[in-house]
Design a protein around this ligand. Structure first.
Ligand SMILES: Cc1ncc(COP(=O)(O)O)c(C=O)c1O
Length: 460
């Protein structure tokens, strides 16, 4: 077995935040109190937190310095113009409309163009885009290529959309019922897999043919662009910025959660060219997010996002970022733990139904693994499986489960070192050895939308 090389962090640590171990007995009690839902555990009681890469980045000295340059004027603060410039340079669209985070961008965009009975295709909708569409009584349809659900194939771009299926759907539903087509880069709900530039171009051509707007869900655009540079023929010599610019050149707009690839703790935006749409979106924005030059954010937040968008394109940073994911994934893979391959940009995804084959899908093996990981080692991860995406449909409301039952170990940007990742791998290897002891769960309380955030469960 070849020894995996730990990636060297391309930064020094200037400020630290202590992590305190929590006794197992206390972790067990906290799990019971939270209804066996790790979203209900106070963060201080978590030793290594891989719940999400969203809003958990460590900001740079340059971003912290930018906070002091916050201009807190109600309208037209200078930080808005800095953000506008960063976004226009990378994304290339004229309108830049800030929002407090990604789902707010989705809500105001969909609120302006999606109607009851419409249908919105995506490679795989993230849970908030799906929920925002379904909330408007429209249909969110996943159209990733069939290989996208195969965790074992070596396909370099498993996030690609199934173009023939997209065409069929448009023909079947009719153009009028499809207000936009979306593509999530990278495809978070499908193993964090990238989308190729070739596929983005093909989807763009289909949308142009039918005159349907094409938007990228761009949360992780820099990681996606880096994979294109590394894996897709003909792009190796381009800078990541140039690849990103080309990605956006095929789209009509983008929604963005700055909490990922803008390296900030809060923030987002929508960007596109259509003047009529801008008017509608801004009207909706004013009701809930605020004036269009701040969109629910402080001037200092806008500045941090403007700076983060430039930092994220640093290729040393992106090389380390993807190497961290590959390192953790490689440690698990070498130990025989079933993982989604190839490794994506922001997380390692464990195939929980294979990890815990004695737990049926109806007892949520992915959720059970998140409970075991916290109880035994104080590590927090998230289930991306039956609790997050299970749907009760048809007669008798039988629950239908998503194709993949996974646990995502999301790596916050610039936060953990290689030795933290080694500790996570050691913990999972230990649980895997004793996997027969892990128990399934049943849901005892749930909400109608995004139930995983607040559901209460009990062990069987
Ligand atoms: C692909 C994708 N889209 C949208 C969102 C929503 O962003 P936010 O959490 O900022 O609302 C997320 C968040 O995780 C995401 O991963």
């Amino acid at each position: 077995m070849t020894e995996l090389k730990a990636p060297v962090e391309p930064f020094r640590i200037k400020v630290i935040e202590p992590i305190r171990p929590v006794p197992r007995k206390e972790r067990d009690a906290l799990l019971r109190q939270s209804g066996f839902n790790v979203f209900g555990i106070p963060a201080e009681k978590v030793t290594i937190d891989l719940l999400t890469d969203s809003g958990t980045s460590a900001m740079s000295d340059n971003q912290w310095a930018g906070l002091m340059k916050g201009d807190e004027s109600y309208a037209g603060c200078k930080n808005f113009y800095h953000l506008e410039k960063s976004v226009q340079t990378i994304f290339g669209f004229t309108h830049v409309i800030p929002t407090h985070q990604g789902r707010a961008a989705e809500r105001v965009l969909f609120g302006a163009i999606v109607k009851k009975g419409d249908c919105v295709p995506n490679n795989i909708h993230f849970d908030t885009t799906r929920a925002n569409i379904e909330f408007l009584e429209a249909q969110a349809v996943d159209m990733v290529n069939p290989g996208g659900y195969d965790p074992d194939s070596a396909h370099a771009f498993k996030g690609d959309m199934d173009v023939p299926r997209l065409k069929k759907l448009i023909e079947a539903k009719g153009v009028k019922r499809i207000p936009l087509v979306m593509m999530t880069v990278t495809n978070n709900s499908g193993g964090g897999q990238p989308v190729s530039l070739k596929n983005i171009k093909e989807v763009s051509q289909v949308c142009a043919h039918y005159e349907i707007p094409f938007f990228l869900d761009a949360c992780r655009f820099a990681e996606n662009a880096y994979f294109i540079k590394k894996r897709e023929n003909g792009h190796a010599k381009k800078s990541v910025l140039e690849v990103a610019q080309e990605m956006f050149s095929y789209a009509d707009g983008a929604t963005m959660s700055g909490k990922k690839d803008a390296l900030v703790n809060i923030g987002g935006f929508i960007t596109f060219d259509d003047d009529g749409l801008a008017e509608k979106v801004k009207n909706l924005l004013i009701i809930s997010e605020g004036f269009p030059t701040y969109g629910g954010l402080a001037g200092r937040d806008l500045e941090a996002m403007a700076r983060g968008l430039n930092e994220v394109l640093d290729e040393d940073y992106l090389e380390h970022r993807t190497a961290q994911v590959a390192y953790l994934g490689g440690l698990l893979d070498q130990a025989g733990i079933p993982v989604f391959k190839p490794f994506g940009g922001h997380a390692v995804y464990i195939l929980a139904d294979r990890f815990l084959p004695h737990i049926p899908r109806a007892q949520y093996p992915g959720w059970a693994l998140t409970v075991a990981l916290y109880r035994e080692f104080g590590i927090r991860a998230v289930e991306i499986g039956g609790v997050m995406f299970g749907q009760k449909t048809g007669k008798g409301k039988k629950e239908v489960y998503p194709e993949l039952e996974m646990v995502r170990l999301a790596i916050p940007r610039r936060v953990y070192t290689a030795s933290h990742l080694q500790a996570v791998a050691d913990a999972l290897i230990e649980i895997h050895k004793n996997r027969d002891k892990v128990r399934g769960l049943r849901i005892v309380r749930e909400s109608p939308f995004l139930r995983h955030f607040t559901a209460r469960l009990e062990e069987i």
